[in-house]
Design a protein around this ligand. Structure first.
Ligand SMILES: *Cc1c(COP(=O)(O)O)cnc(C)c1O
Length: 836
């Protein structure tokens, strides 16, 4: 086995074999492409070019491009089986992939061929590209991180299988009605999905419910078996995860629930036919819909079913279908690491124990030693309400054997704690996995995991000190940090082709797989000609965004002034309200005469945010942003200087349009609440300057780009703790800053709701009396920082210099670097070169 580094040969793609491993490779030229596209259209879709719909053409194009990856995929899989390399099994309830077509074209180096081939047929790539519906199989940062990680592992030639759920309906589609969020389902599969390969012949049976029973085996040992009372089939759908021009293609395997034949349907008579069919739809509900809660688990039964469903399928698939049939499971830790993306897949721990002990006949201690080496856990939060717990009653009813296993793990663990801290009786109780009424999944993950990591330096520190302090006292070496990253392929190379070309012209193309090389841009920050071209890129990207918003939503967006962007899920801790208060304060200032309109720096405030459908306050905040926007945009006294745009349905596709156009990135969470953020990284890499609190990865961004290229404001995490301890009195902040009083009064007066003062009274009342996230405490500092932004923007050369330095110094935030750290600190996996 040979190893390679990221950044290894990225020039010409390796030629796949034309014959050999049981497949033929497609031709990598225009003529070959056109022939292949026409065959897909005529025989795949069954239409001629003239009669074909846009969707026919898109599907034909997708399948044509897909051929180029498929032959490599087969080679990679064959190679991996031969090499017996350690595989990273990334278990995640969410993968927020974004559109596939452009990434596949980029990875297989087909840009020119596709463009020219389609041109010969009189078709346009950009029109066909727009036909793709993104798979919205995630809520936000956590799901997008999983997508970035599997992209990087493929690019680094590290064997990886991403395991997740093929939700029939992804994250809801958001629209606005009178400014209020409306949710519609996301039937993303309706027009066909050319990127997936179903394998019903490899379906896995997953059991639920019932009881357990003890029995004696032939050797007289007491063993346990689970007598479930219902089951469901998991059908795998495979997706290709191509590396960037390295001949490597990994697999993402998403599971879809199907009713089991023969469970109820076999025994029906005429009378219970309808019941039997209902049972089928019941089973299939498991993978029907993604839960739209971002960071507030609801403890719903169906959610636990989803978690166990995908994890049981994945563990079974890896052990019985990926590993060779004669594999000695004592060596399992040499061949696999199951990475737990938050607590959602933690039920995999008792599942692996059950498989080893009940099915494979291992004794308990042996199985536990193996299991502990096979898992590692990534924690994604600091909010106590986001730590998943399941009621013991529900767990016992749905997964009785797993509850028994968890109880035994818990008993042995508490004995270990008692021995390590003799005399401290509170400690084992605090650390218990099984509490009075619930099973604490984060504790189970920490006990079982070989490593536990946070996702930014501050977050990992707070995880040790505040969230899991007892565990870090017991096992300090278990805790580590890996700061998140984003894939430069999607978020720079594809999303910002203008900037990519400029960078490549300056420093060559190597940065795409070795993002630290962006450092070589630093000297260009002092080159006026380069800065002018950098500004031209921003202008072009703003114009593209304006066109997109116009055609997508009929939104008018000015292309001059600061493009000030806040895009992320709507949550009180992220503090979109602070942003709104800034806008309202500027508006109020002009209307009241406190500010001269000519002194207001022109800005476009762009928001993108979905609120969890059950999160009333978040939906109020969306209503407020839209109400303020409607009023501000229409008021002639502002002379068009302030514009609020809030395109609905923020998703990866929209992110790819908004981010390249940004001048200013709003990262204004309350210090100590945002685990890392990745939107902050995407924006900085695209040349936006950050206005941000000392939170999450903002801290690392600021350290890298330098204080003078970052607008820091707000309370520090220890100050937040101190303030909360002594008692936060929001009204005192309002009283101390007349701009804040006026802004709150204006909202409360009904000025944005046609005079109806009741609409946002709850929201204002919350800010003034309850807000756990201290928005008012940071208001004055935020306003002062925004003044610094305006002053800096008034000097275009200085601003551009800072923007270029942000790009040059943020190479660290590549997900390739994050993957390298997981490999070195946690997984100890090795890249495999696919020999083609
Ligand atoms: C990157 C990304 C996120 C995460 O944004 P944060 O600002 O880190 O919360 C959420 N949604 C989408 C669509 C993204 O691309």
């Amino acid at each position: 086995m040979t190893t390679t580094q990221v950044g290894s040969p990225s020039g010409a793609p390796a030629e796949p074999p034309r014959r050999g491993l049981g497949h033929v490779a497609p031709r990598h030229d225009v003529e070959g492409f056109v022939g292949s596209f026409m065959r897909e259209l005529n025989y795949g879709q069954g239409v001629s070019l003239t009669r074909s719909s846009l969707n026919d053409r898109y599907l034909a194009l997708a399948r044509t491009v897909r051929h180029h990856l498929q032959s490599r995929w087969m080679a990679a899989l064959a190679q991996q089986a031969d090499d017996q390399a350690k595989t990273v099994c990334y278990l995640s309830a969410e993968f927020l992939l974004g559109r596939q077509l452009d990434n596949a074209i980029l990875a297989s180096d087909l840009d020119d061929v596709v463009e020219e081939g389609l041109g010969q047929l009189g078709l346009s790539l950009s029109t066909l590209r727009a036909q793709e519906i993104e798979p919205g199989l995630g809520n936000g940062g956590l799901g997008r991180l999983a997508a970035c990680f599997i992209d990087s592992l493929a690019t680094m030639s590290v064997p990886c299988v991403g395991y997740g759920i093929r939700y029939e309906y992804g994250i809801f589609r958001q629209s606005f009605e009178d400014g209020w969020q409306r949710e519609d389902t996301d039937p993303w599969l309706a027009l066909g999905n050319p990127w997936e390969f179903p394998h019903p012949e490899h379906a896995v049976t997953v059991n639920f419910g019932g009881t357990t029973e003890h029995y004696e085996d032939e050797d007289g040992a007491t063993r346990t078996r689970w007598l479930p009372d219902w089951d469901v089939q998991g059908v795998p759908y495979n997706y290709m995860v191509p590396g960037f021009r390295n001949g490597r293609v990994n697999t993402l395997r998403l599971w879809s629930a199907k009713a089991t034949r023969g469970f109820n349907l076999n025994s029906f008579n005429a009378g219970d036919y309808v019941d039997a069919v209902r049972a089928e739809t019941f089973a299939e509900k498991i993978s029907m819909v993604l839960y739209p809660e971002d960071s507030t688990p609801q403890g719903k039964e169906l959610r636990l079913q989803q978690q166990y469903f995908f994890v049981a399928c994945s563990v079974h698939n890896f052990i019985n279908q990926v590993l060779p049939s004669d594999f000695d499971l004592h060596k399992l830790p040499d061949r696999v690491i199951f990475q737990l993306n938050d607590t959602h897949p933690v039920i995999a721990v008792p599942e692996l124990m059950r498989v080893l002990v009940d099915e494979k006949g291992f004794d308990w201690d042996e199985a536990w030693t193996i299991t502990q080496q096979c898992f590692a856990y990534t924690c994604h939060t600091l909010l106590p309400e986001a730590l998943e717990e399941w009621s013991i009653e529900l767990m016992g009813r749905l997964l009785p054997r797993h509850l028994e296993i968890i109880r035994r793990i818990d008993e042995e663990f508490r004995a270990e704690v008692a021995a390590a801290f003799p005399g401290d009786e509170a400690m084992p109780r605090r650390m218990a996995i099984v509490g009075d009424h619930t099973v604490r999944m984060a504790h189970l993950a920490t006990v079982a995991g070989s490593k536990v990591n946070g996702v930014a330096e501050l977050h990992s520190q707070l995880l040790r000190d505040k969230v899991l302090p007892d565990f870090s006292a017991l096992w300090p070496e278990k805790f580590t940090n890996v700061t998140n990253g984003v894939t430069p392929r999607r978020f720079l190379r594809l999303a910002n082709r203008n900037l990519s070309s400029l960078i490549t012209e300056a420093i060559g193309p190597g940065w795409v797989t070795d993002l630290d090389r962006l450092r070589e841009l630093e000297p260009f920050a002092d080159d006026p000609a380069f800065r002018e071209r950098f500004r031209e890129v921003k202008r072009l990207n703003k114009a593209t965004l304006a066109r997109t918003l116009q055609s997508r939503n009929g939104i008018e967006m000015p292309t001059t002034g600061i493009v000030d962007i806040m895009v992320k899920r709507l949550h009180e801790y992220k503090r979109q309200t602070l942003k709104v208060l800034h806008i309202v304060s500027l508006y109020e200032g002009v209307v009241s005469g406190r500010l001269a309109v000519e002194d207001v720096t022109p800005r476009v405030f762009a928001f993108g945010a979905k609120a969890a459908p059950g999160y009333a306050m978040a939906k109020q905040i969306i209503g407020l942003i839209n109400a303020v926007g409607a009023t501000v945009n229409a008021d002639p006294r502002l002379d068009g200087r302030l514009t609020v745009v809030f395109p609905p349905n923020y998703d990866v596709t929209l992110a790819e349009k908004l981010i390249p156009a940004a001048d200013l990135s709003e990262q204004i969470s309350l210090a100590g609440k945002e685990a890392s953020g990745t939107g902050n990284m995407k924006l900085a890499l695209n040349g936006a300057l950050t206005i941000g609190t000392d939170d999450g990865a903002n801290i690392e961004i600021r350290r890298l780009v330098g204080d003078e290229n970052f607008f820091l404001f707000g309370l520090l995490e220890p100050q937040v703790e101190e303030l909360l301890a002594k008692g936060y009195d929001p009204a005192s902040y309002a009283a101390a800053d007349p701009r804040l009083t006026s802004a709150l009064d204006l909202i409360a007066s009904g000025a944005f709701t046609g005079g109806d003062a009741s609409v946002f009274s709850g929201l204002v009342d919350n800010l003034l009396h309850h807000d756990r996230f201290l928005a008012l405490a940071d208001f004055s500092a935020y306003m002062e920082a925004q003044d610094r932004v305006d002053a800096a923007y008034a000097d275009p050369e200085g601003w551009t210099r800072s923007a270029v330095l942000n790009v040059a110094r943020c190479g660290f935030f590549s997900s390739d670097r994050a993957m390298r750290e997981y490999i070195d600190k946690i997984w100890h996996a090795q890249p495999v070169v696919t020999s083609l």
